[in-house]
Design a protein around this ligand. Structure first.
Ligand SMILES: Nc1nc2c(c(CN[C@H]3C=C[C@H](O)[C@@H]3O)cn2[C@@H]2O[C@H](COP(=O)(O)O)[C@@H](O)[C@H]2O)c(=O)[nH]1
Length: 347
């Protein structure tokens, strides 16, 4: 199956050394176990080398980091603690924007644009603040009503998993009040402005961020929304002030539904025939199924192999930079095979 295993000792030794040194969240080691056993998804090494060569030739975008790309059009950003709380709400609700097969996606109108997906979510939350709804206020969040959340996301169609979004907003408010005097900036301070400590804090105290699956009896750690929250805070503040968070190079890519789609388009990921047919037919892949966990685990591991291939060619990039580049490719993915459909609150 996966060809990542080495053909001689020192490569394996090097691999174990690399794994132990750069995996403080226990994500790489847990997805590595899935990759070894994966029965429905394969990682192809040759396309990884091809992709690293492509990116080495093309200088500019590889330098892109979240900070340089932060988009103020659709993100609320006032440079204060209010923005930090707003970003936590943004990423507590940052999941599952696609419609049932044959249905149109939920969309909103904002500043004369029709938006869908992640951008619709971000703009809807920015529009709410512009309409004087204090989405950065923990008290307000902790008791927010269904009617208010429906108003916030008003548009054409309904945002999927609406109930869960109400629950997540209330949970953010409640935990902020219980533990951080209503300010996520206090959590940043308490974590010593360390990305790893902050991800573990989100996993421990904010249940909706606890993105951990079970695969053949073992825990598999993804922590996608917890990790992207840190990247988004850092990006929004351009790496300064509340965005000056260390150890971001130890984050993994964020295992959403777009990255697997892009990696499959490059043939980095290959789906076993039956899974390929189900995904291409836009059938639901159950949350927590072996297929879903293998898709996400192989996505993370393939990006780690890509990061190492680039590093071996002298190009040091972080997983977050690889993530950003792949995700932006996924924003123009109409000609690609469909992304996998898993109804989940985790991505
Ligand atoms: N891996 C990864 N997944 C990401 C993002 C983002 C947006 N973030 C950046 C945007 C501007 C700032 O620079 C932020 O950093 C959203 N998503 C996920 O994608 C899916 C939505 O896709 P579509 O249906 O096409 O809108 C959904 O699972 C959502 O959770 C990312 O950056 N990486």
């Amino acid at each position: 199956m996966a060809e990542y295993s080495s053909s001689h000792n020192d490569a394996a030794e090097n691999e174990r050394y690399m794994l132990s040194m750069t995996d403080p969240l226990g994500i790489l080691s847990s997805v590595h176990k899935v990759v070894e056993r994966s029965a429905h998804v394969k990682i192809n090494p040759a396309p990884i080398d091809h992709l690293s060569q492509l990116w080495l030739q093309d200088n500019a975008p590889a330098r892109q980091s979240a900070a340089s790309l932060w988009d103020e059009r659709y993100h609320f950003s006032d440079g204060t603690a209010r923005t930090v709380n707003w970003l936590l709400v943004l990423d507590a609700l940052n999941f599952c924007f696609w419609a049932e097969k044959g249905q149109d996606r939920w969309t909103i109108e904002y500043q004369g644009q029709t938006l869908n997906g992640y951008w619709a979510e971000a703009a809807a939350l920015k529009r709410a603040v512009e309409e004087e709804l204090p989405l950065w206020d923990a008290n307000y969040l902790s008791t927010i009503s269904e009617a208010t959340v429906a108003h916030i996301f008003r548009g054409t169609g309904t945002i999927p998993l609406f109930e869960q979004r109400v629950q997540h907003a209330r949970e953010v408010g409640r935990v902020l009040l219980e533990r951080y005097a209503g300010q996520f900036t206090q959590a940043i301070a308490q974590s010593g402005r360390n990305a790893i400590q902050l991800v573990l804090l989100l996993e421990r105290y904010f249940p909706s961020f606890r993105d951990v699956a079970i695969y053949r009896g073992s825990a598999v750690r993804f922590l996608k929304r917890a990790q992207i929250t840190i990247a988004d805070i850092s990006g929004s503040f351009h790496g300064k002030g509340w965005g000056a968070i260390t150890n971001q190079d130890q984050l993994t890519i964020f295992a959403d539904y777009k990255l697997p789609q892009v990696l499959r388009d490059y043939n980095v990921l290959e789906y076993q025939t039956e899974l390929a047919q189900r995904v291409d037919n836009q059938e639901l892949i159950p949350a927590g199924s072996e297929e879903e966990v293998e898709i996400r685990a192989c996505t993370i591991w393939a990006c780690e192999l890509l990061r190492r291939a680039l590093q071996q060619q002298g190009r040091r990039v972080t997983a977050a930079e690889i993530d950003m580049r792949l995700w932006l490719l996924g924003q123009q993915s109409d000609a690609m095979h469909p992304y996998h459909r898993t109804r989940t609150i985790y991505y």
